[in-house]
Design a protein. Structure first.
Length: 204
């Protein structure tokens, strides 16, 4: 069997559009993209319920976007999943189906791609380099915010990280906010941060 095709996971993200994830590559939009050529991932997720008088839900709109940043390409490869229901009428696909598919998309990317990106960063860090990930400048001994360098993250104070698809907060050992990812700018690789920070600074 050809290397890269040993496993196969499908996500139907739009009508007649499917992303197929294999061991070493994803097939999407007529392309084959090897994971080793993906330098970053980004996610955006929004789930909005619209209500009328007496807080009765009349509509729900769910949007989930995934961006794969491919080496030497200016624009990311975008995967958009949407679901809308208004007054009981579904447009496109049901929001609950879109929610399920986006969750599957995130889990597959986290398993097959995000961990690889994190490992590449860790290899650079252990080689003595400083790397930038989602607004943090990270080296083996510590990390500081790119915009605000007055807070140092290291083994002495790092207590873990909370993150959504497009935002992240670093906690200290007491569970208080130590650093917050800037709300402006790209959410590229925010989901990679916990893998890196936990390996460098989390002492269990």
């Amino acid at each position: 069997m050809l290397r890269g095709y040993n496993i196969k996971r499908k996500v139907n993200y739009k009508k007649n559009k499917t992303a197929i994830f294999y061991e070493n590559l994803v097939k999407i939009e007529g392309r084959e993209i090897y994971y080793d050529n993906i330098e970053g991932v980004g996610f955006m997720y929004e789930d909005v319920t619209h209500t009328a008088l007496y807080m009765f839900p009349v509509a729900r709109t769910l949007t989930g976007n995934t961006a794969l940043y491919v080496k030497n390409e200016k624009k990311p490869v975008a995967i958009s999943i949407t679901g809308k229901r208004i007054l009981g009428i579904t447009f496109g696909q049901a929001p609950q189906n879109a929610q399920k598919e986006f969750g599957e998309m995130f889990d597959i990317i986290d398993l097959l791609i995000t961990t690889r990106i994190a490992q590449r960063y860790l290899e650079q860090i252990y080689a003595g380099d400083e790397v930038e990930v989602a607004g943090l400048l990270i080296k083996q001994e510590s990390a500081v915010g790119k915009r605000r360098k007055d807070t140092i993250i290291d083994k002495e104070n790092y207590g873990g990280m909370q993150h959504t698809f497009n935002h992240g907060i670093v906690l200290d050992k007491d569970g208080e906010h130590l650093w917050r990812m800037p709300l402006t700018g790209s959410a590229k690789n925010v989901t990679v941060l916990p893998y890196i920070l936990d390996e460098l600074f989390l002492i269990t």
